[in-house]
Design a protein around this ligand. Structure first.
Ligand code: ADP
Ligand code: MG
Length: 389
């Protein structure tokens, strides 16, 4: 078990460096389009300031190479000011004498938000000099940035090695959800997989194959599986070199008595025109971009029977309104099922939000890559370096 902030008894007057994931979408005016990631960190922030910590909060935003005025964390500071009136200060620098001075002036229960960590190259490079600067700011380090926990960067991996540390409530919850879902799954356990390519998801499917009862495969990755079954797929996206692997997965599932369902009809585009293909085979130049109505029905029946569902990857090119229906209908089926449901993956979570059913999903993971790693049964490097209890 990893140490959480609950296990650290004395925060009063301590300088606490808290790494959050405030990588929120902004428009050109600096307005926050979706504050979900900030909201997810509020319980940890509240707890630490109530305990009298002198809180230094840091995060990245986007992928700047050096300073970029459109990727400043100032809008996040403004958002935090509304939640914690008269307690929040913003530092336009990430490290350096001005930051040291601002930290020295912090009173118990006050918050200093540092500017975007990635304005400093040392962050992603996990450079020793940058790690040292961050470590010198604090007495205790707290990691609550689940979204980057699969990466070894200065502000999570590097600093954790240098200081007494713990995880915050958000990471604690994310770890608990995936741990319980995989160690003690409720059955029937249905896994839904989609997304563009099968390449980065094979490990995930293989891991789930050991515990799920039914696996529903849609989206771009379905075509590699259909090809493996000898079904024509037209010009749909396919990973030729992984067809053998897909075949092996289908065979393993059969041996284990696990049901894998593939699309039985499609929405395709051909010569710029969209139409339905009412059978598994896709001919000619047609490209499959969404599951068809029969597949929606077939998959929804399985979803309705489930007691536990995990979902990674939209089952169609959902960004495009013509190919959104399959994903939206399945999202609604998941919401209606009453099953314990976990959705992980950047696009998957946006698709759920777009379908308007976020509040009916048991757990929407805040980390795309990190949640994928947990679904693969792997550990996260930034969490490995946190003290155990
Ligand atoms: P997540 O971010 O949830 O892990 P992925 O990034 O793996 O999901 O997959 C999402 C992407 O897959 C989206 O960009 C979507 O357009 C694409 N996609 C889904 N189905 C298809 C398809 N049939 N053909 C091409 N791309 C697809
Ligand atoms: Mg994605």
């Amino acid at each position: 078990m990893k140490k959480t902030i609950r296990e650290i008894k004395d925060f009063k007057g301590k300088r606490v460096l808290l790494r959050c994931d405030f990588n929120v979408p902004l428009d050109h005016w600096g307005d926050i389009l979706n504050p979900a990631r900030i909201d997810a960190a509020l319980p940890t922030i509240s707890y630490l300031i109530q305990k009298g910590a002198r809180l230094i909060v840091c995060s990245h935003l986007g992928r700047p190479k050096g300073f970029d005025k459109y990727l400043s964390l100032f809008p996040v500071a403004v958002y935090l000011m509304k939640h914690f009136p008269n307690r929040v200060k913003f530092s336009s620098k990430v490290i350096g004498p001005e930051v040291d001075e601002a930290v020295a002036k912090l009173k118990n229960g006050e918050i200093l938000l540092l500017e975007n960590l990635r304005f400093e190259n040392g962050e992603t490079e996990n450079s020793p000099a940058f790690v040292r600067e961050l470590a010198n700011l604090c007495d205790i380090y707290v990691d609550d940035a689940f979204g980057v926990a699969h990466r070894k960067q200065a502000s999570n991996y590097g600093v954790a090695l240098k200081k007494p540390n713990a995880i915050g409530f958000l990471i604690e919850k994310e770890l608990k959800v995936f741990d319980e879902a995989f160690k003690k799954p409720a059955h029937p356990f249905v896994a839904i997989f989609g997304g563009a390519k099968v390449d980065d998801k094979l490990t995930l499917i293989n891991n789930v194959l050991d515990m799920a009862d039914t696996i529903l495969i849609g989206g771009g990755m379905a075509y590699t599986f259909l090809q493996a079954e000898g079904i024509s797929i037209g010009k749909s996206i396919v990973s030729h070199d992984l067809v053998g692997e897909a075949k092996a997965i289908l065979e393993r599932a059969k041996e284990k008595g696990i049901k894998i369902l593939l699309p039985v009809d499609h929405v395709v585009v051909e010569n710029g025109r969209t139409r339905k293909v009412r059978r598994p085979e896709i001919e000619g130049d047609a490209i499959g971009l969404d599951i068809g109505p029969k597949t929606i029905q077939l998959f929804s029946q399985e979803i309705a029977k489930a007691k536990q569902i995990i979902w990674n990857g939209p089952v169609g090119k959902y960004e495009d309104s013509y190919f959104r229906k399959g994903t939206v209908k399945l999202a609604k089926a998941v919401a209606k099922s009453g099953a314990y449901s976990i959705v992980g993956g950047g696009d998957s979570v946006s698709a759920i939000e777009e379908a308007g059913v976020s509040d009916k999903i048991s757990h929407l993971s805040t980390g795309g890559g990190a949640s994928m790693k947990l679904m693969e049964g792997k550990t996260l490097p930034a969490i490995e370096v946190i003290d155990s209890i």
